[in-house]
Design a protein around this ligand. Structure first.
Ligand code: FAD
Length: 497
């Protein structure tokens, strides 16, 4: 409420925010979470909360009048369609040289992501978070995160026989025939439910292609895990369709937080001011970075240090498809939850997830999202003339990612006598090099903050999301974001409360 005083305010309800809220509440602190997206707890006129990937409606995109699908074309034809402007679940945020896809709503990215829950190989951890004790992470916080998120593994025997993973078996066969290790990748999807939907004994969800615009059944989003537990404490309240626009020191101590309430067309309907003793920035890498850069530049938080906005990376994301021979169909029915990857990180700098292409028709296409060791890092800056925060990422900076992904797929194509698809990202375009699903950095741990996420310059301000991670995790990022948040909040509760 306008004028309220809260002990802890959390900006955003993704992984970092949910961990902070739960642990603070368990420590006896009243927590208020502010989320710009919708609650996603009420079915639409079709009886479902979320719309299907194959039939995007107003629920699909954040404040757009046309969809902006990651795979924009099929057989060379554009597939985007008009939709009513609405506070939909997936934001395709155009940041100059890159489109950054992000979840919007209570649960953040957990609402839209593939649920791939990957703990990096320990040998790679030193390069991911150099100032963090790996012993503690692998002994305590990664296990805690995996348990809290409900991570599980596909049953390999079931995987070997079921229609909806034919695409992944083709991916495995081609990887192995070229000498690459294929690894099963854990996920937060309820695998028992998946077995039932594949068998036709439960309503179809992943097997019907639900994922990118939300999943109506088996996926354990944060709403079902951390946030459910947080709510059960009775000490956490969440305000959806509220967007934080400013944080600045309050006269009597604590911080004044300015919040716009918005409606489903994105228009501001009220502006509220609250005072919080502690503020946790958990608006995601882009959201947190944009806020902090603006607040530093406009004089609301001038004492933030020079590392604010720096160290941003795309986790080396790059996509591509391969055209298989007619004897290697990938299946008309494809589960939307990936469960395997090709690990060529050490030799070629690429870890490629074998991704579904749930179109409902046979495409003979194999599709991959590669995570690569791209060394490029971008910076957010405030443009005083436009009043916008800008990111200086260049599309050409994806070239190292393409080269690393080619270390896998050129070899497979040559072995199989196949070619790349050129019709998925435009006409005659092989690489999906215009986007990322994995924004990381912008308020890097031990640089913009201390080694536990406390922002330099201000007592009681914290960063606790993907903004802390300097640009790459070598695998899909949310388990690392969650584990780091678990580590940091434990320290903050012990030392700062
Ligand atoms: P987020 O989860 O992004 O949460 C931030 C929240 O803050 C959002 O809900 C946002 O609406 C809100 N917010 C932002 N600004 C404000 C503001 N000013 N006021 C109020 N609220 C605000 N990762 C994996 O590990 N495995 C996967 O399989 C995977 N697949 C993905 C697929 C897709 C399509 C996408 C988009 C992402 C995927 N990711 C995956 C990435 C993963 O979802 C993100 O890394 C993760 O969600 C980031 O967590 P976070 O806590 O940093 O922020």
């Amino acid at each position: 409420d306008n004028g309220a005083h809260v002990p802890a305010l959390v900006i955003g309800t993704g992984y970092g925010g949910s961990v902070a809220a739960l642990r603070l509440a368990q420590a006896g602190v009243d927590v208020h979470m502010i989320e710009m997206g919708m609650a996603w707890d009420t079915p639409g006129s079709d009886g479902k909360i979320f719309c299907n990937t194959t039939a995007p409606d107003q629920r699909s995109y954040w404040l757009r009048t046309k969809t902006k699908q990651p795979l924009s074309n099929f057989l060379g034809f554009p597939i985007d369609r008009d939709i009513p402007r609405y506070t939909g679940i997936l934001d395709a945020e155009e940041m100059g040289g890159i489109i950054v896809y992000q979840g919007r709503g209570v649960g953040g990215g957990s609402l839209v992501n593939g649920g791939m829950a990957v703990t990096p190989k320990r040998a790679n951890f030193g390069a991911i978070l150099p100032s963090v004790d790996a012993e503690e992470m692998y002994g305590t916080y990664y296990p805690r995160a995996n348990a809290g998120l409900g991570v599980g593994l596909v049953d390999p025997a079931w995987f070997d026989t079921v229609d909806c993973y034919q695409f992944a078996r083709v991916g495995r066969k081609h990887a192995q025939r070229s000498g690459f290790p294929f690894v099963f990748v854990p996920d937060v999807y309820d695998w028992d439910y998946m077995k039932q939907e594949a068998a036709g004994t439960a309503p179809k969800s992943a097997v019907a292609g639900e994922i990118l615009y939300g999943n109506n059944a088996g996926k354990k989003s944060l709403q079902k895990t951390y946030l459910a537990q947080a709510r059960a404490t009775g000490k956490v309240t969440i305000s959806p369709l509220h967007k934080v626009t400013s944080v600045s020191p309050a006269a009597g101590g604590g911080y004044t937080v300015v919040i716009d309430q918005i409606n489903t067309t994105g228009a501001t309907t009220a502006t509220k001011t609250v005072v919080a003793d502690k503020v946790f920035f958990a608006a995601g890498s882009v959201g947190t970075s944009k806020l902090l850069v603006r607040l530093k530049a406009t004089g609301a938080l001038p004492a933030l240090n020079g590392e604010i906005g720096k160290g941003w990376g795309d986790n080396g994301n790059v996509m591509c498809g391969r055209a298989n021979h007619l004897w290697d169909p990938t299946g008309k029915v494809q589960a939307s939850i990936p469960c395997g990857g090709i690990d060529n990180w050490d030799a070629g700098g690429a870890f490629a997830e074998v991704a579904p292409l749930p179109t409902g028709i046979e495409t003979y296409a194999s599709f991959y999202l590669s995570i690569t060791k791209n060394p490029n890092r971008a910076e957010f800056t405030y443009n005083a003339a436009s009043g916008n925060v800008e990111l200086n990422w260049q599309t050409a900076w994806k070239q190292p990612s393409i080269d690393m992904a080619k270390s896998i797929f050129d070899k497979i194509n040559s072995k199989e006598g196949t070619i790349y698809r050129t019709d998925l990202f435009g006409t005659n375009k092989i690489w999906g090099d215009h986007l990322t699903y994995h924004p990381l950095g912008g308020a890097v741990l031990n640089k913009a903050t201390d080694n536990y996420g406390r922002l330099h310059g201000y007592t009681g301000l914290y960063v606790i999301d993907g903004a802390l991670i300097p640009g790459n995790t070598s695998v899909n990022p949310f388990v690392t974001i969650t584990a780091l948040a678990e580590r940091n909040i434990e320290k903050i509760i012990a030392a700062d409360l």
